[in-house]
Design a protein around this ligand. Structure first.
Ligand code: FRU
Length: 479
């Protein structure tokens, strides 16, 4: 049973949805095939799980304002990963251990009981922060009952200790938590349990030392893929380095081997997951077919969040498309989940395109909700794709640099860019959804994710080269 206070909070959130539904839905920047909040602010995806034939995506949600605050867990479900249904909010901040927010966490199936782990965030009147790792359970997948605190803050860490990700390995449960040590280094901290209630603190499996790799690590995730152990994490406090670490905070991964007995994790260097502007707090799950699927927040904390034009319509942010992860060597490839093909219509093909010092548009290749696929790409000079007169993707065949450029929505149209090195380019797979773009290069070798907000509504897509380029072009309307 939920407490009276939690029920009241949920009722207030439902009223907020009703009150602003028509304003939210009238926003021309509203996305068509991504998960968004029904009202208010959305951030991290939480509790991703395939459970009893249904996909569950929970998310960090502030229903009452478009800024951060005492978070709820919003909830969507789907049978196929592309058509989603909103469910009642799963968790609301209401108890002594989570009154300032039910922060990020994860879900597991415990013998048929859908079990959530989340961080109870508490702030005293004087600003002192407390953190509790909490549990909630459900037998029907839609009504959740809080079970209280299962992990208290161990010695050696500040109260920036959150985002439990739980999984099972050889009949034991493990939990990894994002942390800040008392020396102010970011860490990923491991716990072990037999029953999900009592947790043994194993220790930090990875982290910076002496300020070498950020002051806080958020939203860790550990999983096994192709006989290696991957740790995804979001370090805060890295300085930009050339084309790297250009966003306010980062999201990336390590690949190595984790010794579950000792908690020793031998791993390689950190690699960013995304090269675009808006990407943070990814979480993964195993799907119906055993694939490792990742969804992230299409936003970054403190990165011009208050400048999104959608705020005028009472909502802000969205989640990325689900992406299948594949490990090749020590490199994670991200591929848009295959079920997205269910959304395709109005197919157009232009095989054997050849461009020479020109800008060209193609019959039927335009729109606001579009999937574009360029295959067998070859060229000289620079190939660019311009979208809605606002955002461009280009590849420089001589410099071997991929660039995403957009008009800033925060600095009145100033052009801003993100870049990465890419030794060759053979495939561009692009998903445009009104005000979001996700670009997968070479079957997911690199990905650029961003929001963009065109000044006037248009459906323009054009292709340009300053030398020459050839490719096969396919396009589908999505939705
Ligand atoms: C990451 C994060 C998490 C935290 C949550 C609060 O974006 O800061 O560390 O649990 O958001 O909404």
């Amino acid at each position: 049973m939920k407490s009276l206070n939690e029920k009241k909070q949920i009722q207030l959130a439902e009223e907020e949805i009703k009150k602003y539904a028509s304003i939210v839905e009238s926003d021309p920047n509203r996305l068509r095939y991504h998960l968004m909040p029904p009202v208010g602010l959305m951030n991290d995806p939480n509790g991703l799980i395939y459970w009893k034939g249904t996909y569950h995506v929970f998310y960090q949600w502030m229903p009452f304002q478009t800024t951060h605050g005492a978070k709820f867990w919003g909830h969507y479900t789907s049978r196929d990963f592309v058509h989603w249904e909103r469910q009642a909010p799963a968790l609301a901040p209401s108890e002594w251990f989570d009154r300032n927010g039910c922060y990020s966490g994860s879900a597991v199936d415990n013998d048929g009981v859908l079990t959530l782990f989340y961080t109870g965030n508490v702030k005293d009147d004087d600003g002192t922060r407390h953190t509790y790792q909490c549990m909630a359970i459900s037998s029907d997948g839609v009504r959740f009952e809080k079970k209280g605190v299962v992990v208290h803050l161990p010695d050696g860490y500040t109260a920036h200790f959150r985002d439990p990700k739980v999984w099972k390995h050889e009949n034991k449960w493990y939990m990894v938590i994002g942390a800040q040590s008392e020396q102010l280094d970011g860490k990923a901290v491991l716990f072990r349990s037999d029953d999900l209630m009592h947790w043994e603190h194993i220790g930090a499996i990875a982290g910076g030392e002496g300020g070498s790799f950020g002051y806080m690590w958020e939203c860790p995730d550990v999983f096994r893929l192709s006989r290696k152990d991957v740790l995804i994490v979001c370090p805060q406090g890295l300085q930009p380095e050339g084309m790297h670490y250009q966003n306010v905070y980062q999201a990336g991964y390590f690949v190595g081997q984790l010794n579950y007995e000792t908690g020793k994790y031998v791993h390689g260097t950190f690699t960013e997951l995304d090269r675009g502007f808006e990407f943070y707090a990814p979480q993964t799950m195993v799907d119906e077919r055993g694939r490792r699927v990742m969804i992230a927040w299409m936003g970054v904390p403190d990165q011009d969040e208050d400048q999104h034009p959608t705020i005028a319509y009472r909502w802000v942010h969205a989640l990325t498309l689900p992406r299948e992860l594949v490990l090749i060597g020590d490199k994670l490839y991200q591929r848009p989940i295959e079920q997205l093909q269910l959304l395709r219509s109005d197919e157009v093909h232009h095989p054997n395109v050849f461009l020479q010092k020109e800008v060209r548009q193609f019959d039927g290749v335009k729109g606001k909700t579009v999937e574009l696929l360029l295959k067998h790409i070859d060229g000289k000079g620079v190939l660019s794709i311009h979208i809605q007169n606002n955002v461009s993707f280009s590849y420089d065949f001589e410099q071997k640099v991929a660039t995403l450029e957009r008009e800033s929505f925060a600095r009145n149209g100033v052009k801003e860019k993100r870049q990465c090195l890419l030794s060759q380019l053979h495939t561009i797979h692009m998903f445009i959804d009104t005000s979001s773009i996700e670009i997968f290069l070479n079957d997911g070798e690199e990905v650029f994710t961003a929001r963009f907000f065109p000044k006037e509504e248009n459906e323009h897509i054009s292709f340009q080269t300053n030398a020459e380029a050839s490719f096969h072009l396919s396009k589908w309307k999505l939705c």
